[in-house]
Design a protein around this ligand. Sequence first.
Ligand code: SAH
Length: 389
Amino acid sequence: MRGKTVLVVGGGSIAGRRVPRLLEAGALINLVAPEATTTLSDLAASGEIHWSAREWQPGDGADAWFVLAATDDPAVNAAVAVEAEAARTWCVRSDDAEASDAWTLAQTEFDGVTVGVSASGDPGRAAAIRDSIGAALRSGELAAPRTRGRGRGAGVALVGAGPGEADLITLRGLELLRQAEVVVSDRLAPQELLDQLADDVEIVDAAKLPYGRHTTQEQINAVMVERALEGKFVVRLKGGDGFVFGRGAEELDACLEAGVPVEVVPGLSSSIAGPAAAGIPVTERGVVHDFTVATGHVPPGPQSKVNWAALGAGNGTIVLLMAVKNRAAIAAALLEGGRDAATPVRIVENATTKNQTVRPCTLASLGETEANHPAVIVIGAVAGRGREL
Ligand code: SAH
């Protein structure tokens, strides 16, 4: 379709759905319709499509390679189709699959593969099959092996795997993971994602790297950079989002310093997704207008870079990561800063996974309440709104 003219007759919801896809494919759109949806008229106003605001007339399809007859008047659609037929131009009639020369396929794309489904003129069925195939491709259940090498050149992608459940990785993250020749993985990254990789993919378990003279982080950086310099495409898979307490910055620096091409793929962070999975919004209109994500791996005191007194004095939501061990000391610091002892708290363990557990308590009782790693601790009014899932 790139650079080819398409005549679209009718400016309603069907045209509104088809035009963006045609544009994405590079088609030049001539829309003929006395009226058009807001989306279509916006596209015309910004010059992305050409719109003749009038009824269709014979000759409109003269320079078209493809015609879409999508008016709500069957007689007009029929006339458009007859003209297209005479000009040997394929025409899709949106109102009558039987009378149509061509059908629009239900389409999906994944990792350089386009799948189009036609189901004897039953568009709902075609869409359902398209969705099943798309899901199976994305999960790896339907194999899509490449016969001519993997798609990417050498480089590194820093991919956030999401908070726990394997299907909470982004589509982009999954697509890159499928193309990886080396995967450097994290303790918190979902194991199922690794189980789906092809046998020839090298998996480096970051938790098992020998320490030697260097910290493991230096070793992770070294492995990523080395493999990329050998010409491989490396995915660094991280739990949650790699830039939230994930040392993603150091990994990015290592790649940039080595001159290795690098891409950052954000992930759903447990700091927001964890509470959400337990029915707790980190903000709520009219209740709380700010939230802070803090790490609790260093207890309050001179070593900590968190201003616990200021957090105690505020009234926003506080989300604590890596805070299971130091929860009593943190609660004490927040109380000392001025937070109410009755402030609701929820401890969300193994958020989003089948082992998710939510433990309710208050700031006063946080220290004595059971908590197991990995957990996010949500403190503030949003934690006490009673939306149990
Ligand atoms: N980069 C990650 C956070 C890494 S720090 C992210 O954006 O999610 C590790 C901490 O994240 C854990 O100690 C815990 O506090 C939290 N965490 C990660 N996954 C979790 C999960 N599934 N449930 C609860 N907390 C989780």
